[in-house]
Design a protein around this ligand. Structure first.
Ligand SMILES: NC(=O)c1ccc[n+]([C@@H]2O[C@H](COP(=O)([O-])OP(=O)(O)OC[C@H]3O[C@@H](n4cnc5c(N)ncnc54)[C@H](OP(=O)(O)O)[C@@H]3O)[C@@H](O)[C@H]2O)c1
Length: 487
């Protein structure tokens, strides 16, 4: 019996295999084969259920983990073996990758089944694998995970899933590839990429392998990328816009994107950040201010018109912007033909942006909220003195709700703005990837939401290149193209 899919969302276990899973006395995951070229995960099940009853469960696990080549299970001791890591691998890297796969499997079984016995097994696994980071995984979900909502886009070209995977700063070799695979296997369909993240080739490898193994179809995925500041249209030259989209499609191995964004509303004259050529120069000076070696100007109208052409040519289904202010959105819509489908901006309890969300909602523009967990920066607003993930109010709510701090922060955004906000948490940890996706089918209380809303202090974790040396304000805030911005 096949797993019951849910169109682009979380794969669920069939009723029959769920029943079999409920009869499991325990399960245990071990890692092996790290010295050889082929490593493997062993899954041992102890159950009173007969082979007939375990059959559907076996089929579901096989369907969910399409990359696993061989699967042998019987009612008492089952071993799952697959070429999960092949070629020459160093033992440390293999262990990390395998541990992530094992965590994803545990987390999936726990999430799908929710049985107390499995939660205990997951906790035991985390305790036995301290290096895996699984100790930071949240308590087991009390109920079956629910697929994210799909928010319709204003161009009539489909809908965007409300939770997706961020990929910024996932740049260690193999990191983003493993993350994308773990995410799609956990049910994610939206992947947020950018040329500027320097890791799209690996995202493409993951997509190719997932599609090749039948885990997901290309059409089920919603792949986002962004045009970097080095490739804005510049004084009539649109060729660099087309060149970077072609490179992005090549890196991702795709014929088309689902959404292409202008990453920031300004561009560099330089299409290569090397001056003289071959000599890398920093984007910022040591005090954080922009390096004056680069020529920067506010620019988005010409670039947007090129994105309109790209959409018409079928290179991307939808087009949008990122880091635009309300004034810039208004200006863009007044001067061009196609309104943006999305504005991707920083959004979390320290920086809640209700005016931006209201403006976008009024124009059918979806807001993709980045850094929902407060990014990875160890910075804190003076009002609170701590990062979001460590804030006592967030931790208290997590304790009350029986959820992780990460889940609380993601849930806050989509619950506050249920029709407008898409949340794109980044993680490279399979356990956290699965947990960050388990944010539907349960709610924070009104009091918990009010406590989170009270944290708003206008604090940005993410500062653009155009910040002032005091780190407090963006040069381009509210500045529209063509105005005397003083840049
Ligand atoms: N358009 C833009 O200009 C822009 C700017 C910034 C970001 N973005 C996009 O938005 C995405 C998300 O933003 P972000 O990467 O800045 O930050 P984020 O998603 O708020 O936080 C990521 C950090 O949180 C950790 N983490 C993830 N899940 C966790 C959990 N459940 N508990 C504790 N820690 C957890 C991650 O570490 P592990 O990986 O170890 O889990 C990582 O260090 C980016 O990846 C990118 O796709 C766009």
């Amino acid at each position: 019996m096949a797993a019951s899919g849910s169109g682009g969302g979380q794969r669920r276990l069939s009723t029959a295999s769920n029943a079999a899973l409920n009869q499991l006395a325990s399960f245990e995951l071990t890692l092996g084969g790290l010295e050889s070229d082929v490593a493997r995960i062993s899954l041992s099940l102890s159950s009173d259920a007969g082979d007939d009853e375990l059959g559907p469960l076996r089929a579901d696990i096989a369907a969910t983990h399409g990359a696993v080549e061989k699967l042998q299970m019987n009612n008492l001791d089952s071993v799952m073996t697959g070429h999960l890591v092949s070629g020459k691998v160093d033992a440390k890297g293999a262990r990390k990758s395998l541990t992530q796969r094992a965590e994803a499997l545990v987390s999936q079984l726990v999430t799908l089944n929710g049985a107390a016995a499995n939660a205990a097994a997951a906790a035991a696994f985390a305790a036995a694998n301290p290096a895996s980071g699984a100790a930071a995984a949240p308590p087991a979900a009390p109920a079956t995970a629910v697929a994210p909502a799909l928010l319709p886009l204003n161009d009539g070209r489909g809908a965007i899933p409300q939770v997706g995977l961020g990929t910024f700063q996932a740049t260690a070799a193999g990191e983003v590839k493993a993350a994308v695979k773990a995410a799609v296997e956990a049910g994610y369909r939206l992947i947020d990429c950018a040329a500027g993240y320097g890791n799209q080739r690996e995202v493409g490898e993951a997509i190719a392998e997932l599609v090749g193994a039948g885990v997901v179809a290309r059409e089920e995925l919603f792949v986002v990328s962004k045009l970097f500041q080095t490739h804005h249209a510049w004084e009539g030259d649109e060729s660099r816009c087309h060149a970077t989209l072609e490179q992005t499609l090549d890196e991702l191995g795709l014929e088309y994107l689902d959404l292409y964004l202008i990453h920031w509303p300004f561009g560099f004259a330089e299409s290569v950040l090397e001056k003289p050529l071959g000599t890398k120069q920093p984007l910022r000076l040591p005090d954080g201010s922009p390096n004056p070696i680069w020529t920067i100007k506010m620019e988005y109208l010409s670039t947007w018109r090129v994105l309109e052409q790209m959409q018409a040519a079928g290179k991307t289904r939808s087009i949008g912007v990122s880091n635009f202010t309300v004034a810039q959105l208004e200006h863009l819509m007044a001067e061009t033909t196609v309104p943006p489908a999305v504005n991707q901006v920083e959004l979390h309890p320290y920086f809640q942006q209700p005016e931006m969300v209201a403006f976008c909602a009024g124009h059918g523009i979806k807001v993709m909220g980045f850094s929902p967990l407060g990014s990875s920066a160890d910075r804190a607003p003076p009002e609170h003195g701590t990062t979001l993930l460590k804030h006592p109010a967030v931790l208290a709510i997590a304790g009350e709700a029986g959820r992780s701090a990460g889940q609380v922060l993601i849930r806050y955004g989509i619950q506050r703005y249920p029709d407008s906000l898409v949340s794109i948490p980044k993680s490279s940890n399979a356990g956290r990837i699965a947990a960050n996706f388990d944010v539907f089918g349960w709610e924070l209380t009104e009091a918990q939401m009010a406590a989170l809303e009270a944290l708003d202090c206008g604090f940005r974790y993410f500062i653009s290149y155009l910040k002032r040396p005091d780190n407090e304000r963006l040069w381009h805030e509210g500045v529209i193209e063509g105005a005397d911005s003083g840049l």
